[in-house]
Design a protein around this ligand. Structure first.
Ligand code: CP
Ligand code: NVA
Length: 338
């Protein structure tokens, strides 16, 4: 359905996709996050969001994104209201456009995590205040800010030419965001996925165009061993994303079994310094309900990554998770401080 949302511009400071920030805008947020992280650690953080109110809309589950918005806001003196999958009228009795106009009058900014990218865009079109994408089916831009901060901290402050290799479901939000973000930042981005799970043509075109401008490179292949040669980062994500039915697990395991991140794949980079990254949550052992099901049904201990890799010194996943908070704080400060 076409709505008037098509004609309205999101408020300045909105973050709906990573590519809309441009290279300089993206790196400015990463720099600000590094400064805010240092200030917090050194006890010299200044509260710049006192009196601001922030709404957090979650159509889907979250640990890191929700907690990062709440802690970042609290550190800066702002208040938050959590609107979860149940308990509000959103999407049931009240349209997104009407919700946006209500919340836009009460709040200084709105975070949205949900199923469709079109929903966050419609929210931004009507809210009149900054709207931040906390993950949709298409993009996960706040994850990208944390990932790039982590790459800078653990590999090199200079991103030029670093190889960022993603292995797994190449159509999902995180894979698409990595392809576009790495390309925008002049990195050598590689996606290894079976043919049926490779990024769609429009995303590949967008990334290829950004790589031309930045001097970066993009490469999509079905060959995981080839993709990881010389990789600085090996990154993977869950094989079945939120919103997909449990029934796809059988087919997904069949397709992705050869794409697990194992110690052998890490060694195939030929580099001792390669880092393992994952946005989390990860199926890396049988300690969770999902991990147990994967073990019982498919005979696998862990799915997309084995526990020896996940728990190895090469793994920076918890630093990544912490950096969600510092980078989200940078988004809030840069959007809401005049
Ligand atoms: N990586 C990430 O977005 O985690 P949550 O789903 O816990 O927010
Ligand atoms: N691709 C995953 C990312 C979770 C942070 C999902 O959408 O479920």
């Amino acid at each position: 359905m076409t709505t008037t949302a098509d004609r309205l511009t999101p408020a300045p400071g909105s973050l709906l996709t990573e590519s809309s920030l441009g290279r300089d805008g993206f790196l400015a947020l990463v720099d600000l996050a590094a400064e805010l992280k240092a200030a917090r650690a050194e006890g010299r953080e200044v509260r710049r969001l006192t009196g601001k109110n922030i709404a957090l809309i979650f159509e889907k589950a979250s640990t890191r994104t929700r907690c990062s918005f709440e802690v970042a806001a609290a550190d800066q003196g702002a208040s938050t209201t959590y609107l979860g999958p149940d308990g509000s009228h959103i999407g049931r009795e009240e349209s997104i456009a009407d919700t946006a106009q209500v919340l836009g009058r009460l709040y200084d900014g709105i975070e949205f995590r949900g199923f469709a990218q079109e929903t966050v865009e419609e929210l931004a079109a009507y809210a009149g205040v900054p709207v931040w994408n906390g993950l949709t089916d298409q993009w996960h831009p706040t994850q990208m800010l944390a990932d790039v901060l982590t790459i800078r901290e653990t590999i090199s402050p200079d991103l030029t030419g670093l190889s960022w290799t993603y292995i797994g479901d190449g159509r999902n939000n995180v894979a698409r965001s990595i392809l576009v973000t790495g390309a925008m930042l002049g990195m050598d981005v590689r996606i290894a996925a079976p043919g049926a799970l490779q990024p769609p043509a429009d995303v590949r075109r967008l990334a290829a165009g950004l790589a031309v401008l930045s001097g970066g490179n993009t490469f999509v292949t079905g060959d995981a061993a080839d993709a990881v040669i010389g990789a600085d980062v090996i990154y993977t994500d869950t094989w079945v994303s939120m919103g997909e039915p449990d029934s796809v697990w059988d087919e997904r395991v069949e397709l992705l079994r050869p794409y697990r991140v194992t110690a052998e794949l890490m060694a195939a980079t030929g580099k001792a310094t390669t880092r393992f990254m994952h946005c989390l949550p990860a199926v890396h052992d049988s300690s969770t309900e999902l991990g147990q099901r994967v073990h019982e049904r498919y005979g696998l201990s862990g799915a997309e990554v084995t526990d020896d890799v996940f728990s190895s010194p090469a793994s920076v996943v918890f630093q990544q998770a912490e950096n969600r908070m510092h980078t989200i704080k940078a988004v809030l400060v840069s959007s809401l401080v005049d």
